[in-house]
Design a binder for this molecule. Structure first.
Ligand SMILES: C[S@@+](CC[C@H](N)C(=O)[O-])C[C@H]1O[C@@H](n2cnc3c(N)ncnc32)[C@H](O)[C@@H]1O
Length: 303
């Protein structure tokens, strides 16, 4: 495809892919054709993954209930539970986007596009078209090309359908499959916050202590609300305050680990737009040009 950065998601229908990328359905079909993608095989893998994820979340669920929730027949559910898709049954020259031995579809740890990272996390780990819950929804920039999560919260809600953070307590403990957290990474004292354009109250902490304490309490909250094997996706960034480096990424990893999460993956978002200013001062540290998306899993060691 000429220059169209199409983020094809094999879990979605052609129509959904078109809507997500803001292109026509025929553009998606052309992308599938030009890249020789085996849509049939991809559909089977996506279906099997959805079935296995539901079963993993609800180990004692009946076939009938699975059929009801996923909109397939009981026979289809039974067939897919038994089906071995471990080996590609592709006999043509077509390729599967789930086939990670194909260079073109390999999921990389670095990107300059956060939508790509979020979609890759959904594809590689969550196996759904979106996350269950976002605890720091804000304006929902994460969901410009991804379906909205059913549960949206924020400490300072900006939108009508976003609930105040306290309402998370209404959700049953150990019931969610995936949670997203994206806390501010700016610390400002009151005076400088008054004059700063970007540091509105909801986008900064008033002390480094508040930043660390909030990170800890939010990770604990996510741990409580996720079911066993559930995923926490946490965006964070290291920063410099005063003349000290704050390795928030390390802090988040260690804290999550102490609470009971296992780090499954790290994605690095490289900044495209950061403006480089020098103010004529001597440089002390490398200018931060990246943030992290950590994928944690509740209490399950990575194979
Ligand atoms: C960087 S924004 C999140 C942006 C969001 N991911 C999006 O796609 O638009 C950080 C969010 O953290 C929330 N926040 C600020 N202070 C907080 C605190 N002490 N506890 C919990 N959330 C807080 C803010 O209200 C804000 O919505």
């Amino acid at each position: 495809m000429n220059k169209v950065k199409l983020k094809y998601d094999p879990n979605l229908s052609i129509k959904e892919n078109a809507a997500m990328c803001g292109v026509s359905e025929s553009a998606v079909r052309k992308y599938i054709r030009t890249n020789g993608i085996d849509r049939n095989y991809d559909n089977k893998v996506a279906k099997k993954r959805a079935i296995l994820t539901l079963k993993e979340e609800n180990p004692s669920i009946s076939l009938a209930e699975m059929a009801h929730r996923l909109g397939y027949s009981v026979n289809t559910i039974r067939k897919y539970l038994q089906m071995d898709l471990g080996q590609s049954k592709i006999t043509t020259s077509k390729v599967s986007t789930f086939d990670l031995s194909n260079k073109k579809f390999i999921i990389k740890s670095v990107s300059d596009d956060q939508t790509e990272i979020l979609m890759n996390i959904l594809r590689l780990y969550v196996h759904k078209d979106t996350f269950d819950c976002d605890l720091t929804f804000s304006k929902g920039v994460f969901y410009q090309h991804i379906s909205m999560p059913k549960l949206k919260f924020d400490k300072y809600p900006l939108k009508k359908d976003v609930l105040p953070l306290e309402k998370v307590e209404d959700i049953k403990d150990a019931s969610l499959h995936s949670i997203v957290i994206d806390l501010p990474f700016i610390v400002k004292d009151y005076k400088s916050a008054q004059t700063s354009m970007i540091a509105q109250r909801f986008n900064y902490f008033s002390s480094v202590k508040e930043l660390y304490e909030t990170n800890t309490s939010m990770i604990s909250l996510a741990f409580r609300k996720l079911h066993k094997n559930g995923f926490l996706i946490m965006k964070t960034m290291d920063f410099v305050f005063g003349s000290s480096q704050h390795w928030v990424g390390n802090f988040v990893q260690n804290t999550a680990n102490e609470i009971g999460f296992v780090l499954y993956d790290t994605f690095i978002l490289v900044s495209r737009t950061k403006i480089l200013t020098t103010k004529g001062e001597k440089q002390h540290f490398a200018r931060k040009y990246h943030s992290y998306f950590f994928v944690f899993r509740k209490g399950k060691k990575h194979k």
